[in-house]
Design a protein around this ligand. Sequence first.
Ligand SMILES: [Zn+2]
Length: 151
Amino acid sequence: MSNRTYQCHACNRVNNYNQKFCNNCETPAAVAALRSTGKDILPCDFLFALLPIEQSVGSGIHSDVLLPLNDIPAHHCNLEFSRDLFTITSPASHLAIRLNGKAIKVNQKYRLEHGCLISFANEEFELIYFNKKTAAQNYKNLNSKTWLIMP
Ligand SMILES: [Zn+2]
């Protein structure tokens, strides 16, 4: 149905988006997950697996991370993956996304650190990288404490 692909973070092999494991080295496709903290409807510890590609978040049926909630826009934000880190960008929306308790600015890109908290309406998620060591090395090189990437 889709020609969408992801690049394996271990061996760089290009795989079909729907494959759970790399065709070459059998490394799991997911590199991170959004873990629900159980603040609203989703149960605590409910996981959305994240692949090392751009993914959309929203209540629309074509969202990669589908939040089936009335108060969340059809297309709420995008998660991009680059150099072992995810970033979040929110298009114009009536509903602010909160990162570690602070509303993010529209059309600005924010880095997502291991353990950061992201809120969509009343739902809250913790971002968990499966390879914390890789993520931690990247954080060391950051010079901004706000995680905001200036355009
Ligand atoms: Zn691989």
